[in-house]
Design a protein around this ligand. Structure first.
Ligand code: HEC
Length: 166
């Protein structure tokens, strides 16, 4: 009787070994390996996106510097990192709504009052004013963020004047 049980157990164990072997050893391929590999891939992707983002930012800085040089400081002024990274691609580095003379996707913000900008932003966020692009962007920003951005953009003309006088 004992021998029969041991025999069956041995068969089961050999069966499991064959099964595991066919599926690939757990830590060298097979599903486990695949998950680990996928995870590794996405980590790599995340890392490379970060690098791209950084070089984009650097490019933006370069453009801003070029613009400064070209305009002899007129029209170019410091903006917050938040504005630069989230808004400038569509509304221009200084809110002009254009870049190198080409119209961008977003309208000109330069010269609009902080209160009007804030109202537009909260309207987009709440859906009172419909625009998928702006709404999608603003979902992640709090009312405070919007207030800060609106106040900043409202200050652009004053900043431009200051930069010119520098
Ligand atoms: C992907 C492009 C894109 C980005 C990025 C973007 N916008 Fe816009 N924005 C638009 C477009 C397009 C409109 C015009 C929508 C409309 O009028 O229906 C708009 C409209 C606006 C308006 C209303 C202006 C007006 O005169 O009607 C404000 C204010 C504004 N954006 C602020 C911002 C701020 C602040 C950010 C950064 C947080 C930002 N936008 C980022 C595309 C963008």
């Amino acid at each position: 009787m004992k021998n029969i049980i041991v025999g069956i157990l041995t068969l089961v164990i050999i069966g499991l070994m064959v099964f595991t072997f066919m599926n690939g050893p757990a830590y060298h391929g097979g599903e486990h390996g695949k998950v680990i590999k996928d995870f590794g891939d996405s980590m790599n992707n995340a890392a490379s996106t970060k690098v791209e983002e950084k070089s984009d930012r650097e490019k933006e800085d370069e453009k801003l510097n070029a613009l400064r040089e070209k305009a002899g400081n007129a029209g170019a002024f410091e903006v917050s990192q938040a504005y630069k990274s989230k808004c400038s691609s569509c509304h221009g580095v200084n809110g002009s709504g254009e870049q190198n003379g080409k119209k961008l996707m977003g309208p000109k913000l330069f010269g609009q009052s902080a209160d009007k900008l804030y109202k537009d932003l909260t309207d987009f966020k709440s859906g009172r004013k419909e625009n998928m692009i702006m709404k999608g962007l603003l979902i992640k920003l709090s009312e405070d963020d919007l207030r800060t951005l609106a106040d900043e953009i409202g200050e652009f003309p004053a900043r431009a004047k200051e930069a010119k006088n520098r």
